[in-house]
Design a protein around this ligand. Structure first.
Ligand code: SF4
Length: 374
């Protein structure tokens, strides 16, 4: 018998689905956007009987940690607050273990106007050319991605209480509008997005959002000024900060969160960014609205050398760890996750070469503190 208070239970395992296009009408699924995805599927999704989802449910039913949910277990083991714990709280009234679709995470078309240094061509159409120049390959190029939303055929959306869109840049697509306009109970649905802040919503989108129970925009802001522009190349900080100012009060049911993806490139920018958000976003509670996630890929903190790692810990000690739920887990991540196999500098130098940027002068503290590891 499953114990829904146990540390292995997650409501999303029984009530959630993440759908990500894999091109040519195929897709992958998972209980949520951070759990491990299934193999590529082409048949209509049967939410209740799908084999992949049921393997994860069986683990939860047996009170064991599903390996597909490793992202949550890592955060929890490092003392942080996982997505599972957030949803335990949010889904207090939906902790049954009979599968019923309540939460949809949807990956919109990989159309994007940014080539973020922590991203790549799979999620951003803008990245494809640079990926070719860097000889990184461009898996899932936009040209073979289907534009139809038939992936959702067969899913019963009538009981949804939560819908989340990531991308690409969701606001550059029509996917989110197509889904939201299908929801007859949109007034009961908490809608959320991960967006890059460069696109201001149209009047039609604002109108649609005004009908939702609430709208949360998680803006990917992981630096300010020139560091933002390096990380989120070629977005313009002024345009993004102006949009944030306009979004502040555009709808009574809209809330802004900040999603700071921290890699070894921007540990030193955290405090400045927190201060900026505190000062510039109305009614902003940094403790609950400023979220930090660790970057995977070439700029993962795990690739930092010993001396750089020490300077990260010094920097993080200047942040009030009692105030931020992610403070302890981030420090633990810096301390415990070590992998010297990748030379992150080579990646930044190669980006500089094709983008005419200069990481040494943009991230001065990073450059100076990395000298001791050379
Ligand atoms: S990854 Fe975490 S939040 Fe997602 S389904 Fe698994 S336990 Fe739940």
């Amino acid at each position: 018998m499953i114990d829904t208070n146990s540390k292995t239970y997650c409501p999303l395992i029984f009530h959630g689905i993440y759908v990500e296009r894999a091109g040519n009408g195929a897709y992958q699924i998972a209980p949520c956007c951070i759990s491990k995805k299934s193999q590529v599927l082409t048949q209509t999704i049967d939410f209740v009987n799908n084999r992949y989802l049921n393997v994860i449910r069986t683990a939860a039913n047996n009170n064991v940690r599903a390996p597909q949910c490793q992202s949550c277990w890592v955060v929890e083991d490092n003392g942080g607050e996982s997505r599972r714990q957030v949803y335990m709280d949010r889904f207090k009234e939906n902790q049954a273990t009979t599968p019923e679709l309540i939460s949809l995470d949807y990956n919109t078309l990989p159309i994007c106007n940014a080539k973020c240094i922590i991203c790549g061509p799979y999620f951003s159409s803008a990245w494809i050319q640079d990926a070719q120049l860097l000889k990184l390959g461009s898996r899932g190029a936009i040209t073979i991605i289907d534009k139809e939303q038939n992936q959702l055929d067969g899913l019963d959306l009538t009981q949804l209480k939560s819908v989340y869109f990531n991308g690409g840049e969701p606001l550059l697509t029509n996917d989110h509008v197509t889904i939201l306009t299908q929801l007859q109970n949109i007034n009961e649905v908490a809608v959320s997005y991960n967006i890059n802040g460069s696109c201001y919503p149209t009047e039609d989108v604002l109108q649609l959002w005004s009908k939702a129970k609430e709208v949360t925009l998680s803006l990917s802001i992981d630096g300010i000024n020139e560091q933002f522009e390096y990380i989120r190349n070629p977005l313009i900080w002024k345009q993004v900060s102006d949009n944030i100012a306009k979004l502040n009060n555009c709808l009574p049911n809209l809330k802004i969160n900040i999603a700071y993806t921290v890699g070894l490139h921007n540990v030193f920018g955290l405090r400045e960014c927190i201060n900026w958000c505190n000062t510039n976003i109305d009614k902003f509670d940094v403790a609950t609205q400023f979220h930090v996630h660790t970057a995977n890929g070439k700029l993962d903190i795990k690739f930092a050398g010993r001396e750089l790692r020490k300077s990260f810990l010094n920097e993080l000690s200047l942040i009030d760890n009692n105030k931020f739920y992610w403070g302890t887990s981030l420090k633990n991540y810096v301390r415990s996750t070590v992998d010297p196999s990748n030379n992150w500098m080579d990646y930044l130098y190669s980006l500089d070469k094709i983008r005419n940027t200069n990481w040494e002068t943009t991230f001065v503290e990073l450059y100076e503190n990395s000298l001791n590891d050379r």
